[in-house]
Design a protein around this ligand. Structure first.
Ligand SMILES: Cc1ncc(COP(=O)(O)O)c(C=O)c1O
Length: 424
């Protein structure tokens, strides 16, 4: 345990670590682990979709020519394919373009400008608009709020989801709180899945703002890394049981199933919400890319097809997660300088080091040629109050690159921790 070392021992250790670090630096490496992107081999799993999936047949099952205009909410077979991901009925889904993030942005932009189903006025007519942001969370959720001028309130994560005591209290007393970001399964970056209790507490919220919405971004709903995957409750069903059927808007996409550059995204919600969104969205587009919808439906066929496909992803990426976790267990755990969670799925390992070390670790890694997600990015306004959290994204590099990157990461983490202890 580094904390038990004397100043002399720490200084000695610092010299050793510096020597190791300089040796890595001399290799002039260039490794990018900044974003959770699928590796090329993962993208190759779906390549048939681009080569001979349509084979000159451009008609959807109800006879629509997918090359032409029309069908705002998605062709029937694309809805059928995506419905089980969110656990919704036929009239509770819109299949859009390639990006769920765009659907989320647009949903918030429309809520600001025009309001949500059942709302009395557009959100922007409130004195202020605020969102609850469980953190560490997905940087781009927070970036949407920041870019639109929505005030963010940080909510801490507990073992099984956001701190629900705080969420319940805040939404009940402040009608300027219009939404909350949730990544309920294999959360980005913590890897946590929400417990049944947390999901039920969400469904039973009693927000003061009648136009409050839960943004349920289920981006990693089929992205399992083990044979004993996490399971979460269906939030829409729970909301219906609780008499709050319109409070949740769900999102997902095939970005990390097929292609991030050309997948399918969808929104799931109560039929009333969906009808209302359709009525607003009709001014944004005549219809999304139906050829891509048709390609996906033909390639995957059904939910079983997606499940089988995700096993192939798992075979490629689970070994990469193991490299990260093995390195952390071997190099960091004995020294008591950090914590992390072994995720059962998703795309990240969330590393929480000693307070005041995250920026330094990221900077040290960068100087040695390893680019990580910026420290602080996982918190609203890019400000980690403890400067301790770093998101590790293992999927994109090759196993060899990842091994080297993790060696550099571990030396950097140890060095930054020793420096911090010496400060004290
Ligand atoms: C939680 C979460 N939501 C959404 C996205 C982006 O999804 P899409 O590619 O569908 O826009 C990501 C990508 O990293 C993510 O981690």
């Amino acid at each position: 345990m580094y904390r038990e070392y004397s100043a002399e021992q720490l200084n000695e250790l610092k010299s050793e670590l510096l020597a190791q670090y300089e040796a890595y630096k001399a290799k002039n490496l260039k490794l990018d682990m900044s974003r959770g992107k699928p590796a090329p081999e993962q993208l190759n799993l779906s390549i048939e979709m681009l080569t001979h999936c349509l084979d000159g047949d451009y008609k959807s099952e109800n006879g629509i020519d997918c090359r032409n205009y029309g069908v705002l909410d998605g062709i029937p077979e694309a809805k059928e394919l995506m419905r089980p991901l969110l656990g919704v009925a036929e009239d509770e889904i819109i299949v859009g373009g390639n990006s769920s993030l765009q659907l989320m942005y647009d949903t918030i932009a429309r809520a600001m400008l025009l309001g949500v189903y059942g709302g009395e006025k557009p959100w922007c007519k409130s004195n202020k608009v605020k969102f609850l942001c469980p953190a560490p969370g997905y940087d781009r959720h927070f970036a949407i709020c920041e870019s639109i001028g929505i005030e963010m309130i940080t909510v801490p994560y507990l073992e099984d989801g956001p701190d629900m005591d705080m969420v319940e209290k805040l939404v009940a007393e402040d009608d300027e709180i219009k939404g909350i970001w949730c990544v309920p399964m294999y959360s980005n970056p913590t890897g946590i899945s929400y417990s049944d209790t947390v999901v039920k507490r969400f469904a039973n919220l009693k927000p003061k703002a009648k136009d409050f919405r839960i943004f349920w971004d289920n981006a990693y709903c089929v992205h399992h890394l083990t044979d004993t995957p996490d399971k979460i409750l269906n939030i829409l069903e729970e909301c219906k049981k609780a008499g709050n059927p319109h409070m949740v808007l769900m999102f997902t996409s095939t970005s990390k199933i097929s292609f991030p550059g050309g997948g399918l995204a969808c929104i799931g919600a109560s039929a009333e919400n969906i009808k209302f969104i359709d009525s607003q969205m009709t001014y944004q587009t005549i219809g999304y890319d139906k050829l891509n919808q048709l390609r996906h439906a033909k390639f995957f066929k059904n939910f079983d097809g997606i499940t089988a496909h995700m096993l192939k992803h798992k075979e490629i990426i689970a070994p990469k997660f193991n490299i990260v976790l093995d390195m952390l267990n071997k190099e960091i755990a004995p020294h008591g300088i950090a914590k992390w969670h072994n995720p059962n799925g998703g795309y990240f390992v969330s590393f929480t080091g000693m307070d005041g070390t995250a920026k330094r670790i990221v900077a040290l890694c960068k100087e040695a040629g390893v680019v990580l997600t910026g420290a602080g990015a996982t918190y609203p306004y890019g400000k980690d109050p403890h400067d301790s959290n770093i998101r590790i994204a293992p999927t994109f590099p090759t196993c060899d690159e990842l091994q080297t990157a993790m060696e550099i990461f571990c030396v950097s983490a140890k060095l930054a921790s020793v420096e911090k202890l010496l400060e004290k």
